[in-house]
Design a binder for this molecule. Structure first.
Ligand SMILES: Nc1ncnc2c1ncn2[C@@H]1O[C@H](COP(=O)(O)OP(=O)(O)OP(=O)(O)O)[C@@H](O)[C@H]1O
Ligand SMILES: [Mg+2]
Length: 237
């Protein structure tokens, strides 16, 4: 479980996160909603250790991880797909995916796991193409594939469906295809914390809720939270 308590973050004098607290449980998809500039990306960067939280506590699987560097968080089972993708434009698609295996030993990190190509067939087709030559939506699939390659227990996605055509969004999030796709591929609100159960277990959070007022994004998560002015203003029932 991810537990955030009284998180504060500033950029200079701007107080962006103001005592944010929430929990997100394994097996759930938690969506974070909020208007532009409200601090969604800032929160996700804090969770990944890309910017240090000024005050408060971030706990993952019972361990306080505030002092963990990003690579240590990856080793702890957290993966992050940043807003804007940040793939390596000069590396091939395959090389980008191999980067996602960096938390494994050399023998395990030699080949891209097959389930990534099952989930995103376009990446197989374009294996040898440079990442920077992919379309925006294809790059987004590459960024998600790279994150999934580390086989995370917590997947953090920032604006994951930005630039992806509806049919691919449906495929990623679909209740379809292989068990792998089902286990890894659920999607996605504006910013999403994605959890999966440990290997071999189903994901109870995969059934979308239809009974809350989060508008068209309501099908994308099992829980959602809305932010405004640095605070949480609404929480799912
Ligand atoms: N490096 C930075 N230095 C100073 N201010 C920043 C920095 N990064 C973000 N901000 C400011 O912090 C606020 C929150 O930004 P953030 O990127 O977290 O918003 P967001 O909710 O992700 O927005 P969007 O929906 O547009 O992606 C914004 O007002 C932004 O201008
Ligand atoms: Mg953002």
């Amino acid at each position: 479980m991810l537990k955030v308590e009284q998180l504060h973050q500033y950029y200079g004098g701007s107080h962006i996160l103001r005592g944010l607290s929430f929990e997100a449980k394994v097996g759930e998809v938690t969506c974070l909603l909020g208007r532009n500039g409200v601090g969604k990306t800032t929160l996700l960067k804090c969770l990944m250790g890309l910017i240090a939280a000024k005050d408060g506590k971030v706990e993952w699987e019972g361990q306080r991880i505030n002092s963990f560097k990003p690579h240590q968080r990856v080793h702890a089972g957290i993966a992050y797909v940043p807003q804007g993708r940040e793939i390596f434009p000069r590396l091939t698609v395959e090389e980008n995916l191999l980067m996602g295996l960096s938390r494994f030993g050399a023998s395990e990190a030699k080949t891209v796991p097959e389930f990534i190509y099952e989930l995103f067939p376009v990446l197989r087709e374009m294996k040898q193409r440079r990442g920077g030559d992919l379309s925006g939506g294809q790059q987004q699939q590459l960024a998600i594939g790279r994150a999934l390659a580390s086989q995370p227990r917590l997947l953090i996605l920032d604006e994951p469906t930005e630039g992806i055509q509806p049919s691919v969004i449906k495929e990623i999030g679909g209740h379809q295809k292989t068990r792998r796709a089902r286990r890894y591929g659920h999607s996605l609100g504006r910013a999403v914390l994605r959890f999966r159960r440990r290997a071999g277990r189903p994901v109870p959070g995969d059934e979308p809720r239809r009974d809350h007022p989060a508008g068209p994004r309501r099908h994308h998560g099992s829980r959602w939270r809305a932010r405004a002015g640095g605070n949480l203003i609404q929480d799912s029932p």
